[in-house]
Design a protein around this ligand. Structure first.
Ligand SMILES: [Zn+2]
Length: 442
């Protein structure tokens, strides 16, 4: 029998293993089962496909991919993104970079450099009135620091510190693991026993496929990368990044707690915004936004910030109407509000539906009965050609319809194979459906 997928097409597919819908404890309000999400795992997701998922409310943690049911979770996780090209840093953000740059150069260097390579009056005036993000981010990297010969010492004028930042592969190293442990125990007060090297690897060093393989290539970088910060040769911070065709997604940052005073959260975000602009990625994703979580409010200070509408998948400005509504209630979909307003539905009727839904034990019913926001309806999934969705079995592809008994399986039953497959298709969405295959048995 001829293969149903040629090697070329097979290489372009993303593979997903459905894990299903689950309630879990919430890390923000500490409720025991407050957070509900649909899960799938994969060791093979293409960056363009991940971007499609992110823009449908998904995120990944290592090889685990999940989409929260924002309507039925105590602390809804909204997907947010920044339009990088129009970003204007605030005063405190500019200050963080300037402080760090002064620390790297040091007073002695700054004094001598002002004498040895003086700036023109226009240059000084321009710098005083304009803050250029790209210049500020890069100017103290060692390769960009001017090191003129100082006639007094007959040696090159050296900055106080040698600072280097490189985008590297997401491979694991002893230095990265030790830095991570130091960060988790000191900053997040976690017990050292919580993290084994293999857990760290699964969490931050097992991302999407990375291209190009050759670091010197000028091709757009995609996949899972580590931006490594080194001070005087020593690794002091690692920013874990997912690079997608039209977006840079910040996964995690860990740094040496000795440098906490320099606000690495801010510094890394600013550097990643610069990367977004320079690499022509357009959008910068700072991870989920949880309106009720005070610690997250800082994300809103990077503007202009947009929030993904959980139902229409449109992007709404975080400021204004949306922020006001989020102050009043946890779940907001502006498209839903507009739809209800157009139907002139009395508000009490909407509340009744929500109350009835609240009674459902959501782990027992099908995703379709839950009406999870941003998931295709059963009718929409039935319109897809589920019978010919690809299934990877022992290294080769077959069609779903090749499964014994497939035709008789109930599609709306969450425990039947067809039900499991249908829920996965509904969550991934119609575009990815055509570019993916399912892993179920091996
Ligand atoms: Zn919560």
């Amino acid at each position: 029998m001829a293969a149903i997928v040629d090697a070329e097409k097979a290489r372009k597919l993303s593979l997903f293993r459905p894990l299903g819908y689950q309630r879990n404890s919430c890390g923000y309000c500490k409720s025991e089962d407050g957070s509900a999400a649909y899960y799938t795992s994969s060791v093979s997701v293409r960056p363009a496909h991940y971007e499609e998922l992110v823009n449908r409310g998904w995120r990944r943690s290592g090889t685990l991919y999940y989409k929260q049911n924002v309507q039925r979770s105590c602390c809804p996780h909204y997907t947010m993104r920044l339009e990088a090209s129009v970003f204007k840093p605030r005063k405190d953000q500019r200050k963080a970079i300037n402080r760090w740059n002064n620390f790297i150069l040091g007073p002695e260097y700054i004094r001598r450099a002002a004498y040895l390579c003086p700036k023109s009056r226009e240059e000084k005036k321009h710098r005083k009135c304009n803050f250029d993000l790209l210049t500020s981010v890069h100017e103290v990297e060692y390769s960009n620091v001017k090191r003129p010969i100082d006639p007094k010492t007959k040696k090159c004028l050296e900055p106080a510190h040698r600072f280097e930042v490189n985008l590297e592969g997401d491979s694991i190293s002893q230095a990265k693991f030790e830095l991570f442990l130091k960060y988790q125990t000191k900053v997040h007060k976690e017990d050292v026993s919580r993290w084994q090297q293999k857990d760290f690897k699964r969490f931050l060093c097992s991302g999407m496929t990375r291209t190009p393989a050759d670091l010197k290539s000028t091709e757009k970088k995609l996949g899972s990368w580590h931006q490594c910060y080194r001070l005087d040769g020593k690794l002091i911070a690692v920013a874990v990044l997912d690079l997608m065709p039209n977006g840079v997604s910040s996964v995690y940052i860990f740094y040496d707690p000795e440098y906490e005073q320099w606000e690495f959260g801010k510094l890394s975000a600013l550097r990643e915004i610069a990367l977004t602009i320079e690499g022509n990625y357009r959008h910068y994703y700072m991870g989920f936004y949880i309106h009720t979580c005070q610690k997250m409010r800082y994300k809103g200070t990077f503007k202009p910030q947009y929030i993904l509408d959980p139902e229409s998948h449109a992007w709404d400005p975080l400021d204004g109407e949306l922020a006001k509504k989020l102050d009043e209630r946890p779940y907001v979909s502006l498209s839903r509000d507009r739809r209800l307003a157009a139907q002139d539905t009395p508000h009490s009727a909407v509340d009744d539906v929500a109350d009835a839904d609240a009674e459902i034990n959501d782990e027992e019913v099908s995703l379709f009965d839950l009406h999870m926001p941003g998931v295709m309806t059963l009718e929409e999934v039935k319109a897809l050609d589920l019978d010919h969705w690809l299934l990877l079995v022992h290294g080769s592809f077959v069609h779903m319809i090749d499964l014994v008994g497939w035709e008789k399986m109930p599609i709306d039953h969450p425990q039947s194979v067809k039900g499991i497959i249908a829920e996965l298709a509904a969550s991934l969405g119609p575009n990815l459906f055509h570019e993916s295959a399912v892993v179920l048995f091996d």
